[in-house]
Design a protein around this ligand. Structure first.
Ligand SMILES: Nc1nc2c(ncn2[C@@H]2O[C@H](COP(=O)(O)OP(=O)(O)OP(=O)(O)O)[C@@H](O)[C@H]2O)c(=O)[nH]1
Ligand SMILES: [Mg+2]
Length: 475
């Protein structure tokens, strides 16, 4: 028995890139999915620092795997990133590989890694920065160039921030959207891993919140959460996986995939279609909170039981502990929300009334700023009723916002050997304009501002042409 909708074409065409061993193994699960026509659903790539780890992958096309030939980077991302910073050849190899292999019709590029190792953690950060420079920065530059040509350099100099913001807003329409999946480590990986993960997660979260970048979401699946859940799985379910990591990888990829293929099914009175899912996942920014709750259809009596399942989904996450959206008087912004159900086709669950009830509950629960997209499919679903919910919010799993620091401190207390080096991610709020860090310098157009002499239109055009010619599009 299978979920029949998972062979649908996906709502979002995705290239998934796995960095390091955890990232590659998660992407290998994405690579397993095929459409009804027998083609791989996703364009899947794997990047690692040595050949050995790439060999154990099963579904990613060998042509889509690359080794940076650096040996292991020794579970030390700080050291690894220093190596990468200085190795122009490796940077170029990564850059060429990823960009040459991107799908032409991608709605989303997904970067995946487990935080804590040397390779995945360092290369994913570099690749995020590179991706923006390569694909989206030139688009901003092109729009800004046209605006400066139209309104003149003097006008630009008077209203730089407004011009930059406008250029960004226009260019953004054509950005290639990036999603990031970064797994949190086990508590027992030890204090140094926790400290380094905190540092790099802060960096990724900073990039994700930078309004000039194109990161649509970051998801932080928590290995500790999966480890604990795996231990208490019923024996029959546990036996389907070799270990908690395989379970984690399956949960991450399958939840994402099921939502992405259910959205192209249609055929019921309330439908979430491809465009809805695209908007829900790619508009706005933030942490993606993904949830799935499932029960055998034999214990679901009718519509109100489906609503209950939705309520449970909304209040939880199947990637990490539930997030905290309110804290005293402060409430976290929630953007678009998706509610999607897959109902085993044999039973009558009414005509989608459960969606309205679930939406009502959602508004009571969450401070929603965006749109609620909802729908259900009635298909073969392994005899189950499944409720998926997902939203993006300015929130982090508790283990990341405070927990890693606490765990680190506990280690230190116990060991009394290492001094606490704070890499806290606790204060993440920032004003919108403070985030807005786009300048001519960024775009390689800083020469435009050098001249203090009054600019006649003709001269400014000459300046501009020279500066734009100098702009370095290559890596
Ligand atoms: N979810 C999940 N986590 C994994 C898997 N394999 C390793 N991890 C975890 O992911 C983090 C990074 O480990 P790796 O991916 O092995 O490290 P790497 O990126 O290859 O880096 P180095 O080998 O140190 O160069 C650690 O916390 C591991 O425990 C996996 O298959 N799934
Ligand atoms: Mg490795």
């Amino acid at each position: 028995m299978v979920k029949s909708f998972i062979t649908n074409n996906p709502a979002l065409n995705i290239t998934a890139v796995g960095f390091g061993q955890a990232g590659s193994r998660i992407v290998d699960v994405f690579a397993k999915y095929t459409t009804a026509a027998g083609e791989q659903t996703y364009n899947c790539l794997a990047l690692n620092s040595n050949n050995g780890d790439l060999k154990e992958l099963r579904f990613i096309d060998p042509d889509n795997r690359i080794s940076l030939n650096l040996g292991g980077l020794g579970k030390n991302p700080e050291k690894a990133i220093k190596i990468l910073d200085h190795d122009v050849k490796v940077q170029a190899t990564m850059h060429n590989f990823i960009n040459k292999k991107l799908g032409t019709k991608d709605d989303l590029v997904l970067f995946v890694a487990g935080l804590g190792g040397g390779t995945g953690t360092s290369t994913i950060v570099k690749a995020i920065e590179d991706f923006h420079d390569m694909h989206n920065k030139p688009k901003i530059k092109k729009v800004l160039e046209a605006m400066i040509n139209k309104f003149g350099l003097d006008k630009y100099k008077e209203n730089q921030v407004e011009f930059n913001k406008k250029a960004l807003a226009i260019a953004e329409e054509n950005f290639i959207k990036l999603g990031v999946i970064a797994c949190l480590p086990l508590r027992n990986d030890g204090p140094d891993v926790l400290r380094q993960v905190n540092k790099f997660a802060t960096k990724i979260w900073g990039l994700a919140n930078d309004v000039t970048k194109s990161i649509s979401f970051v998801m932080f699946p928590d290995n500790q959460f999966f480890y604990d859940a795996f231990k208490s799985l019923p024996q029959v379910k546990k036996e389907q996986f070799d270990n908690y990591r395989d379970y984690a990888n399956y949960e991450i990829a399958s939840t994402f995939h099921e939502i992405n293929t259910a959205a192209t099914q249609g055929g019921t009175s309330v439908v979430m279609d491809s465009q809805d899912l695209k908007r829900a996942l790619t508009e706005h920014k933030g942490c993606l909170v993904l949830s799935k709750q499932e029960l055998s259809s034999s214990v679901i009596e009718g519509s109100s039981d489906v609503t209950k399942l939705f309520k449970k989904a909304i209040e939880s996450s199947n990637m990490h502990e539930p997030v905290q959206l309110t804290d005293g008087d402060t409430v976290t912004k929630v953007h678009h929300v998706g509610l999607l159900a897959a109902l085993d086709s044999k039973k009558d669950y009414g005509n989608g009334g459960f969606i309205e009830s679930a939406t009502e509950h959602l508004h009571e629960m969450l401070p929603i700023n965006g749109t609620v997209f909802s729908g259900y499919v009635q298909e073969k679903n392994e005899g189950m009723v499944t409720a998926y919910s997902f939203y993006k919010a300015d929130v982090l799993p508790g283990r990341l916002s405070k927990g890693l620091v606490e765990e680190y401190n506990e280690f230190i207390e116990r060991n009394k050997q290492i001094n606490f080096a704070s890499a806290s991610i606790e204060s993440i709020d920032s004003k919108a304009d403070d985030d807005f860090d786009l300048s001519l310098d960024d775009l390689g157009l800083s020469d435009l501002l050098k001249s203090n002499e009054p600019t006649k239109e003709k001269e400014s055009k000459a300046d501009l042409t020279a500066a734009l010619n100098d702009f370095d599009f290559t890596f």
